[in-house]
Design a protein around this ligand. Structure first.
Ligand SMILES: N[C@@H](CCC(=O)N[C@@H](CS)C(=O)NCC(=O)O)C(=O)O
Length: 223
């Protein structure tokens, strides 16, 4: 039976979608939308207590935290090179990147709230937007620094599920932070986008649901 992925196109569920494609595992995608109330449906709430995507029905269980799902898939599937051996330096580094992707995603989420979802201008805070943009720019520097030794992916050993966790996250980050200052990260992003499983996952979920602009500038600060 194929896995069932509850998903919003262009959200963190892309990580799971992409990884399943990297693993060559069949997935049925159930689409939701961020603002139409579909995440509040009782059937979905029963699967995802925070009413967020991704939620994945797989192997007779439901999992609803993207990093945990990525690690679960790597640990339970065989014949791939997406996770280094346990108790190695590379595994420690892999785990750190897996979770660091959420540090970056949290910044994006805060900026999405300010720029995209707060419905009235008076609800938005230019101060919070400025601080969150700066914090995101700082968090992104860790990726640029890691790539500065010439490695092509987050781990020196090559492409792994850590890149899957980071991939969609960087694409969204580039809507808020100018990537001119991050040339290695820009090249890395282009590299991961050329993976066939990345394009196949994008085709499977359809157009992203969040952004109508390539870049969101900070609003003018008052007095
Ligand atoms: N840490 C969770 C975060 C999940 C999350 O916040 N998902 C967002 C989409 S990227 C969502 O469903 N948001 C809906 C909402 O906040 O109402 C994970 O990585 O799975």
């Amino acid at each position: 039976m194929s896995a069932v992925l509850h998903s919003i196109a262009g959200s963190r569920s892309f990580r799971v979608n992409w990884l399943l494609h990297e693993l060559g595992e069949a997935v049925e995608i159930v689409p939701y939308q961020i603002m139409d109330g579909s995440l509040q449906a009782p059937t979905f709430k029963a699967m995802s207590p925070a009413r967020r995507v991704p939620a994945l029905e797989i192997d007779g269980r439901v999992l609803y935290e993207s990093g945990a799902i990525v690690q679960y898939l790597c640990e339970t599937r065989e014949g791939h090179k997406l996770m280094p051996d346990i108790a190695t330096d590379a595994r420690a580094e892999w785990l750190q990147w897996l979770h660091y992707a959420e540090t970056i995603a949290a910044g994006i989420q805060n900026l999405n709230m300010q720029h995209l979802f707060l419905p009235k201008g008076w609800m938005k805070s230019p101060t919070v937007m400025g601080i969150e943009t700066k914090r995101l720019a700082i968090a992104l520097k860790a990726v640029e620094t890691a790539l500065s030794d010439g490695r092509e992916f987050l781990l020196a050993s090559g492409f792994s599920a850590a890149d899957v966790m980071m991939g969609f996250t960087l694409e969204s980050a580039s809507r808020y932070v100018r990537f001119d200052g991050y040339p290695l990260t820009t090249a890395y992003l282009r590299r991961i986008e050329t993976r066939p499983a990345y394009s196949a996952a994008q085709a499977a979920e359809g157009a992203q649901q969040f952004y109508t602009q390539d870049f969101y500038d900070l609003p003018e600060q008052g007095p």
